[in-house]
Each structure stands twice: as C-alpha cells, then as structure tokens.
Design a protein around this ligand. Structure first.
Ligand SMILES: NC(=O)c1ccc[n+]([C@@H]2O[C@H](COP(=O)([O-])OP(=O)(O)OC[C@H]3O[C@@H](n4cnc5c(N)ncnc54)[C@H](O)[C@@H]3O)[C@@H](O)[C@H]2O)c1
Length: 247
C-alpha cells in the first residue's frame, strides 16, 4: 500500500481526496495537514511516500519544494503555477532525482478535452477559451485554461491567428485576458463547478470542445491514479496526461 498524506485536507478538494484515498485498497491515508501545520515534520512523522496538495495558488510552488525536501513525491492539484515556476521545478526535480506531478486538471474528461483541443489547433488555429467555475474559486484564469492555451500554442506553432489583435475594448477587459496570445474568458458564478469550452473558428464554421465537471468526484480517479503512478519516478510531470499516457 502506498502511504499518502493530504495537504489542504480541510478544504473542498483536500477533504474529498482524503475520503477517496481511504476508500482505495492500494492507498493508505497516513496523515492530513492544513494551514498552521508543519508539513515537513508531518511527512517525516508519518513516513508518507506521496503528498497530495490542494492548497492555494500563492503557495503551490513552495509546498511542492517542501514535499520533495521532506523526501516524498508531490502530487499537486493546486492552481496558479506559471511557466517560470514549472521550468524551475522541472530543474529542481532533476537535481533531486525525484518525480512529482503538477496537474491543472485531474478529471479524465478534462485531460481529453485539452488533448482534443491541441489536435484541433493544428487545423483551426483561431481559438478562444471560456472557463466557468464556482464563485468561491480564488484565482482566475483556471490552471486548466492556462494549460490548454499552452498546449494549443505548442500545436499551432507559427500559424498566425486571423482574429484582429487590436480590436478596441469599449469596456476594459471585455475581450478577456491572454495566455500564449489566446484569449481566456473567466466566469465565476454559483451553479458551476468547473466547465471549459474551447471554441475554434474558421471560414464558415466553428468547432466547440466542452468539458463539464458536475461534482468533485470527477477529479478523484485522477488523484488516486496519480498517487500510485508517481512513486519511483524521477522527473516533473506537468499535466496528468504526461504521467498516465506515457507508457
Ligand atoms: N487540479 C484540479 O483538478 C483541481 C480541481 C479543483 C480545484 N483545484 C484547485 O485546488 C486548490 C484548492 O481548491 P479547493 O476548492 O479545495 O479550495 P479550499 O479553499 O476549499 O481549500 C484549500 C485548503 O488549503 C488550505 N491552505 C491554504 N494555504 C495553506 C498553506 N499554506 N498550508 C496548508 N494548507 C493551506 C486552506 O486552509 C484550505 O483548507 C485551488 O488552487 C483550486 O483551484 C484543482
């Protein structure tokens, strides 16, 4: 059994992760931590091999490093990692010879939505992303939206978008924010959990790829799978797909 500790255990994702790990016959929930706990000490005391982190965008990178320093494998679902942080953590993992995962989206459908969007972008480079989350989500845009933009940018390469770049905003922000030159529009409303729509436009046609997480259970299969797959790895995986589709 793999020994797992959950950080951010009192939160919405953390508490559900604890329950899912407890229910998984291959995983053993050996500890929980949250704000005000000494994470490194708790990892050492419990002998946790894997730490699932669902905390806060402002501390995600710091938590990741602490987990590695304490000798465990980080599985981070926390939002808000930027490209510089991911690059620095890749280097950090290589130096420490220790694997870890940063997964902007743990739902299998969400991962497939990103992969399909990446494929579509090769043929339809003009694209915008609309993401909608519950009103309590602290950060915008979502980690999933940023990761999708990165994957699309990688796939479309130098293909130029035909959308006029300089359309005048009559209300500031009305055209959304941009990641990798791709507009992202973030909605925060009760009633949503996590939805993303990737809309491609071309001559006389549009293509929409949409994923909806209707409850947090959608993320739990990915969390448990990642906790099992990360043990024994020696590099940073960015995106659940990098870890689970590699063999
Ligand atoms: N990757 C995914 O699939 C996925 C899905 C949903 C949410 N998220 C992300 O997961 C994170 C948590 O979401 P949530 O809805 O559970 O939030 P939440 O606010 O319900 O829970 C966050 C928890 O982290 C704790 N925390 C904050 N700072 C901490 C610190 N420095 N040390 C230890 N604990 C700390 C809080 O006390 C709280 O209990 C967010 O970044 C969110 O965007 C990711």
């Amino acid at each position: 059994m793999i020994r797992v500790l959950v950080n951010g255990a009192k939160g919405r994702m953390g508490s559900m992760s604890c329950a899912s790990i407890e229910a998984d016959p291959e995983l053993n929930l050996v500890g929980q931590a949250d704000r005000d706990d000494n994470l490194e000490q708790r990892i050492r005391d419990t002998g946790a091999q894997v730490v699932v982190d669902f905390t806060n965008a402002s501390v995600g990178a710091e938590m990741f490093k602490k987990i590695v320093e304490a000798g465990a494998y980080p599985v981070s679902g926390t939002s808000g990692f930027n490209q510089e942080q991911v690059a620095a953590l890749k280097k950090f993992c290589a130096e420490k010879n220790r694997g870890g995962l940063i997964a902007p989206n743990f739902s299998i459908g969400g991962v497939l939505m990103m992969k399909f969007a990446q494929e579509a972008a090769k043929y339809m480079p003009d694209v915008e992303i609309i993401e909608a989350h519950h009103e309590k989500k602290l950060d915008a845009p979502s980690g999933t939206a940023v990761r999708t933009a990165e994957m699309i940018a990688e796939a479309r390469g130098t293909n130029k978008t035909s959308v006029p770049a300089e359309s005048k905003e009559m209300i500031a922000g009305v055209r959304g924010g941009k990641a990798k030159d791709i507009p992202i529009h973030s909605i925060r409303l009760p009633g949503f959990l996590a939805t993303q729509r990737v809309i491609f436009g071309s001559l006389g046609q549009t293509l929409t790829i949409e994923h909806n997480s209707i409850n947090r259970e959608s993320f739990m299969m990915g969390v448990c799978l990642a906790a099992k797959k990360i043990v024994g790895t020696t590099e940073l995986f960015y995106g659940l797909e990098e870890l689970i589709f590699r063999d």
